[in-house]
Write a protein that binds this ligand. Structure first.
Ligand code: PEP
Ligand code: MG
Length: 585
């Protein structure tokens, strides 16, 4: 048994066998296979070698046509190596006799060759070392690099352990069989957590060495509350976690009774509780959890779930489906927010050096008006079917908001000219998630029809903490006084400008921040479906005055850690069952 620790990002306990997603860019760990699996492993090896040769042959032909014979020679050398039995036989032997995975066989054989070249010193041999490493990456890509399709084909219930989980991987995998996630990278509000919460499965990120230490198939426990990841647990630990899992289940079952009850505080202040979704299918869960609509539809998953840009019709089908499923309840569609952590930079011609501050989100849309208009056309067409609002992400300056609104108005005109029905009075709002927008919120309140505070990015940009970077995850804190001041200012400006404001960042669904947000004046929250019942339970157990006192007390504490532990304790006092699973152990 071995216990690792990471950052818990989605609550609950998962118990299952490990599905390890290797990362070809790193050292491949030596993993044993069962003798019975050797033939399948050999077949994987052969097919990766064949695929690499086919790929190299195509690259060679292309290079020859573009740059001539001399430049194409290097690829002939690579093909020659892969066809050379003196290199491939040791790989086969490693699988058959040493019973190791195909990826380890490739890695170890090519590493040994690179080491031999390196021992000859610098000069021509250095180039050979690079060639061999290059070749190793290519073959490994065919074995482990296609984690997207491997994840899509998970056949049995499993706990996924991976170096990182990109949004594209998350969008593609077979969700039926994933019991939980563990990643070595990631921060508190990265997309692994968002995704796991949406699915209602436990997840732990920033768990060092998880993929190296876990062997595929070994039993794993994930505790999405404490951040513990236990490999190969002993029987007593298994029994303990089964009990906790059962208690969690019962706690959630009890919450079902709240579904039809109004979401209001003890002093009868109504709080609007809506759901965040990435896919239309999540609407059923939002409604089952008592959500009154969708406060944030992250449409970028339409782009990430496939390799090509969605057509206007793809967009429209998705939005029309949401409107239908919501049956008259409101739908807030956020225009695509690709870039930064939600854009595979590998796909870009010139990957950005600092993508979090780069051409992402509304900036990208304004630079690509064709793509932007295709999405706006679909949103507007869907607005004729039911209550739809449109929301722009990452708005940084008032001009930017005006430009986006101008494009929207152009699209409304185009559609009207074409005789297509639209809601010409569609509400046009913005995310407040960049400090400039929160600081100058009054200026934006004159232009936008509504605000939705995105604490995930607001924390990242205010505190200069990459939300996906495990090294600085300890500094990421939605209750930091600077963030609190920006939320307060945004709420104040919205109220002065008489426009609605809500919060759709992850903190809206994290119990310990709910009283803080209500105390700051928010009366509308949007969170992932599985988080909604517990938030409602908390809302129904507090008064606004109590929440205001929490804000007041928190503001007098002098460290982020003190604020966090105070908020947790204050919440635990009100709703101990939500925390009790472990403390009672
Ligand atoms: C946010 O930044 O708080 C937010 C809700 O948007 P996302 O997490 O998609 O960036
Ligand atoms: Mg954001």
């Amino acid at each position: 048994m071995r216990e690792l620790r990471g950052i818990p990002v989605s609550p609950g306990v998962a118990i299952g066998s490990a599905f390890v997603v290797e990362d070809q860019k790193r050292r491949i760990p030596k993993r044993a296979i069962a003798p019975a699996d050797a033939p399948a492993e050999l077949a994987r090896l052969d097919s990766a070698l064949r695929a690499s040769i086919a790929e190299l042959t195509a690259v060679r032909a292309h290079t020859k046509a573009e740059l001539g014979d001399e430049a194409a020679k290097i690829f002939s050398f690579h093909i020659g190596m892969l066809a050379d039995k003196s290199l491939t036989l040791p790989m086969r032997h490693a699988v058959e006799n040493d019973l190791v995975t195909a990826e380890y066989a490739v890695f170890a054989t090519l590493q040994a060759l690179a080491d031999r070249f390196a021992a000859f010193g610098e000069g021509a041999f250095k180039t050979k070392v690079d060639d061999v490493n290059d070749l190793a990456q290519r073959v490994l890509k065919h074995l482990v690099g296609e984690s997207v399709s491997r994840l899509a084909n998970i056949k049995q219930p499993a706990v996924v352990l991976s170096r990182d989980l990109t949004p594209s991987q998350a969008a593609a995998f077979n969700r039926e069989h994933v019991l939980g996630f563990v990643t070595e990278a990631g921060g508190r509000t990265g997309h692994t957590g968002i995704f796991a919460r949406a699915l209602g499965i436990p997840a732990v990120v920033a768990c060092k060495q998880a993929t190296e230490l876990a062997t595929p198939g070994t039993p794993v426990i994930i505790d999405g509350e404490s951040g513990a990841v236990i490999l190969d647990p002993d029987l007593a630990t298994l029994a303990r976690y089964r009990k906790i899992r059962e208690r969690d289940r019962l706690f959630r079952l009890k919450l079902d009774d709240l579904r039809e009850l109004p979401c209001q505080t003890l002093d009868a202040v109504p709080i609007d509780l809506q759901g965040n979704i990435e896919f239309p299918e999540e609407i059923a869960q939002v409604l089952a959890a008592g959500g009154t609509g969708v406060g944030l539809y992250r449409t970028e998953y339409l782009y990430l779930a496939q390799d090509k840009e969605p057509t206007e019709e793809d967009h429209y089908q998705a939005y029309a489906r949401c409107v239908g499923l919501l049956g008259g309840r409101p739908l807030t569609i956020r225009t695509m927010d690709l870039g930064a952590d939600k854009y595979t930079q590998e796909r870009a011609d010139n990957p950005e050096r600092n993508p979090m501050l780069g051409c992402r989100s509304i900036r990208y849309c304004l630079q690509n008006p064709g793509l932007f208009k295709r999405q706006l056309r679909a949103i507007l067409r869907a607005s004729a079917l039911g209550p739809v609002r449109v929301m722009f992400p990452l708005v940084t300056t008032p001009e930017e908001f005006r430009r986006a609104r101008f494009v929207l108005n152009e699209v409304i005109e185009d559609l009207r000219d074409e005789g297509v029905a639209v809601d010409a009075n569609i509400k046009v709002g913005m995310m407040v998630e960049v400090p400039s927008a929160a600081i100058c919120a009054e200026m934006f309140a004159n232009q936008a029809d509504f605000f939705s505070i995105g604490t995930n990015d607001l924390v990242q940009y205010t505190l200069a903490v990459d939300r996906t970077n495990e090294q600085v995850a300890g500094m990421y804190n939605p209750a930091n006084p600077a963030v609190v001041a920006l939320v307060r200012n945004t709420v104040r400006a919205a109220s002065a400008g008489n426009i609605p404001v809500s919060c759709c960042g992850e903190s809206a669904g994290e119990l310990e921040y709910v009283m803080l947000l209500l105390g700051l004046g928010l009366r509308s929250l949007s969170a992932s479906a599985p988080a909604l019942p517990a938030v409602k339970r908390l809302v129904r157990s507090v008064t606004i005055e109590q929440c205001e006192q929490v804000v007041e007390k928190a503001s007098r504490l002098d460290s982020d850690a003190a604020v966090s532990s105070y908020l947790r304790d204050a919440t635990r006092k009100i709703i101990p069952e939500a925390f009790d699973g472990r403390s009672a152990e």
